[in-house]
Design a protein around this ligand. Structure first.
Ligand code: DGL
Length: 366
């Protein structure tokens, strides 16, 4: 038997195969000229933080100055972004995020709201310090009336450090903001490959690149420009919210009093004297209040200050009428919101809510 036959047959058949798929095969009509697809437009609004930070040497992963690199240099330093979208930059602030104020929060909200109203803009990325990133993302999730992708991103190491995380975080954030699948999922946070809900996210580690998470888990992951989704938010947000940044000028003052053993009454007394509109009591355990602290909170309530029981514990949620008779004292519980996010919602809610019952409704719904 001629051993060459099978080899010959295989080579003939493979030749035909090549002919069948070769781009140079003569075909009836001329292939259409490739149509240049217009890239999505993503605007990067920079506020500062470590993602714009710089250290003295590459060995400085934790010792550096935040808020140094301007937005145009952040974008220019990542030429890969041009493969993803037409990227434009706006410098909102250049600050470390622990220095955010209510005024800056409202101004940023109005800047983002104006951008998402622009029909030529497909998505917005906000570069931000990580310290108060969760507060800004929750706030924007409550006040921006749009289903366009809005992605908040930061980094735990400055771009000058070995194994800096900012470049990939920013690349992923722009890719996510350019993704149609990210529409309608509320404000998102892009950190360390994870896509997190702007509502649920919290900074849970203060010095590692896997700093961000949520007790309810991420919404999905970003891998090589593609978003992989595994769940969607269920709480009211963005287009379903009753809050609208365009109707907000200032936010009422809200204080957080941190619970501990032997916490005393100074915090509540000082907040009451300062005339805040609400006190978030970050209690121990399930939002516990020491027996010697109840009267001070009742007096604050009697003075018209809303009392919101939250917990210093990261996970779980505060149960109404469990540790304290909230119905009897006319107090509110923060549900699963940590004290700093309870403060954001309380401040916004107090621009609308007049009763503690309405305030409590908002803590159940958002
Ligand atoms: N100062 C902190 C801030 O701007 C640095 C932390 C960071 O951005 O990662 O939030």
């Amino acid at each position: 038997m001629n051993l060459m036959m099978p080899l010959l047959r295989r080579s003939v058949s493979s030749l035909l195969m090549v002919a069948a798929i070769s781009p140079f095969t003569a075909c009836a009509q001329t292939p259409a000229a490739p149509v240049a697809t217009k890239k999505p437009v993503v605007v990067v609004v920079a506020t500062g933080g470590t993602i714009a930070g710089a250290g003295a040497s590459s060995a400085n992963s934790a010792t550096y100055q935040a808020a140094k690199v301007p937005v145009d240099k952040l974008i220019a330093g990542l030429p890969e972004l041009a493969d993803v979208a037409e990227v434009r930059g706006q410098q909102a602030f250049q600050i470390a995020s622990e220095s955010f104020t209510n005024e800056k929060l409202v101004a940023l909200g109005k800047q983002v709201s104006a951008l998402v109203k622009d029909p030529s803009v497909n998505g917005v990325v906000i570069t931000h310090g990580t310290d108060t990133l969760e507060e800004t993302s929750f706030f924007l999730n409550l006040v921006i009336r749009s289903d366009k992708p809005i992605v908040v991103v930061g980094s735990m190491r400055p771009g000058t450090a070995l194994s800096a995380d900012g470049a990939l975080n920013l690349y992923d954030a722009v890719s996510l903001a350019a993704s149609p699948s990210a529409r309608g999922k509320g404000v998102l946070v892009m950190m360390n490959d994870d896509i997190l809900s702007g509502r649920d996210v919290a900074k849970r580690v203060n010095i590692k690149t896997n700093a961000f998470g949520s007790q309810w888990g991420p919404l999905g992951m970003m891998v090589e420009r593609r978003a992989y989704w595994f769940r969607a938010p269920v709480k009211r947000q963005t287009t379903k919210s009753e809050f609208d940044i365009d109707t907000i000028t200032t936010l009422p003052e809200v204080a957080i009093v941190y619970g501990s053993g032997n916490m005393g009454t100074l915090g509540v007394e000082a907040a009451t004297k300062a005339g805040v509109k609400a006190i978030v009591h970050a209690g121990t355990g399930n939002g516990s209040v020491p027996d010697y602290g109840v009267e001070g909170l009742k007096a604050a309530r009697a003075a018209g200050i809303q009392i919101i029981r939250s917990s210093r514990i990261a996970d779980g949620f505060v149960l109404r009428n469990s540790e304290q008779p909230d119905d009897k004292y006319d107090w509110v519980v923060a549900h699963d919101l940590n004290p700093q996010k309870a403060k954001i919602l309380a401040a916004l809610a107090l621009t609308k809510a007049t009763s503690s019952a309405d305030l409590q409704r908002m803590f159940w719904e958002y």
